[in-house]
Design a protein around this ligand. Structure first.
Ligand code: NAD
Length: 256
């Protein structure tokens, strides 16, 4: 059980982050939800999750594109035994047309936020004598696709940083690993279907069948519950010697 542990999940009012928060809460952890918005629904989401699983749950607003807000998220939470670096965005465009502001935002949110949050959380983990860093990378942290230069660069960067954090904490009861999902049906994936359809000159149904599930041999989307379950495993005693590595949850994508 993760009772007594506090988990901070960045970008967790939707999709994979919310799924991971739910599974960590189910396992008994106190959870801190986060996004850049500060709506009544965000706080209600945490309140409902806390009630559902009988754990402490809070929502803390912080923009993961800003280093000082990343660090403030961890400081405001006041404890961080489990850090899940999940916040992420996508933009699809050929590299020579890739908007500079999209490049900068993807590098900041998908990669640099993991650096800032980890830097702020590690002293707390050391103080507590236990810690888990779980980075939500991607199959695109291990392989590439055209038109996703910033995303692929950021995710490869996260996989590299995961290895460094693992080495720097190797002699401590702290681990750092990356989960590499293939396609999980979340708002992020749904949003890129129209753009991809334009790039490949296909209908949206053809994109799902021929582009998305083309890469995923199982021909099924992974679920947010499965990503959450993998995170819970990485927090278990069975995973205490698993550090500095990646776990693919991709229906065979990276085996191809
Ligand atoms: P999503 O759009 O449903 O969720 C993204 C989350 O990040 C949301 O909660 C959003 O509010 C938050 N977010 C965005 N910008 C933020 C910012 N500036 N500050 C704080 N929070 C911010 O997408 P998702 O599919 O759940 O993606 C979550 C993570 O999983 C991302 O890192 C993504 O790259 C990764 N991933 C997703 C898939 C997939 O198929 N869905 C596959 C591999 C990896």
């Amino acid at each position: 059980s993760l009772k007594g542990k506090t988990a901070i999940i960045t970008g967790s009012n939707s999709g994979i982050g919310l799924g991971v928060a739910r599974e960590l809460a189910r396992a008994g952890a106190s959870v801190v939800l986060n996004s850049f918005t500060d709506n009544a629904e965000d706080h209600k989401l945490a309140e409902d999750l806390g009630k559902e699983f009988g754990v402490e749950a809070r929502y803390i607003q912080a923009d993961m594109s800003k280093g000082d807000e990343c660090r403030a998220l961890i400081e405001t939470a006041g404890a961080c035994d489990i850090l899940v670096n999940n916040a992420g965005i996508q933009h699809v465009s050929p590299i020579d047309e890739f908007p500079v502001e999209k490049w900068d935002a993807i590098i900041a949110i998908n990669m640099s936020s993991a650096y800032h949050c980890t830097a702020a959380a590690l002293p707390m983990m050391r103080q507590a004598g236990w810690g888990r860093v779980v980075n939500i990378a991607s199959a695109h942290g291990l392989t590439a696709s055209p038109y996703k230069s910033a995303y692929v660069a950021a995710k490869h960067g996260v996989v590299g940083m995961t290895k460094v954090v693992a080495l720097e904490t190797a002699k401590e009861p702290i681990t750092a690993n990356a989960i590499c999902p293939g396609y999980v049906k979340t708002p992020l994936v749904e949003a890129q279907i129209p753009d991809t359809a334009k790039k490949y000159d296909m209908t949206e149904d053809e994109v799902i069948e021929k582009v998305i599930l083309e890469r995923q041999p199982s021909k099924e989307f992974a679920t947010t519950e499965q990503i959450g379950g993998t995170a819970v495993f990485l927090c278990s005693d069975a995973a205490a010697q698993i550090t500095g590595t990646t776990i693919s949850v991709d229906g065979g994508w990276t085996a191809l």
